[in-house]
Design a protein. Sequence first.
Length: 132
Amino acid sequence: TEGKNFSFGKSWDFEGDLFYRRFLDNYLSILGGGTVFAKKGNAVLGLGYTLPFLIHSNAMISHRGKFRLDLEKKFQWTRWLFSDVDFTWRPDQSGEHAAEIEVSLMYSTSWHWAAGLMLTNDSLGGGVEVQF
């Protein structure tokens, strides 16, 4: 068969971010931390800004000199169900796509954690979100 198939025998693709964010005012923040993408770890620094309609934006640069732009919008459906729509643009970073869109449906009973399903350009998967 063609395309991606689910398998426990093959290694899974993953990516993750761990950021510290410090708000300078109600809209502007600085952030720093680490990210793993395309099996490479990067240290990143950047700026975040909250746009109208509560669209969160981040512009970051890695220690390798690679640029990344994120846009995120959250939709609260019920008390415990919400969706995130994320757009990430990583030019020249050896991924399958320079731009990626991710839509999630998450369940959370507190601000500190959420778990649910995630749909990207290429795949459907699960995810966990932790905040502290």
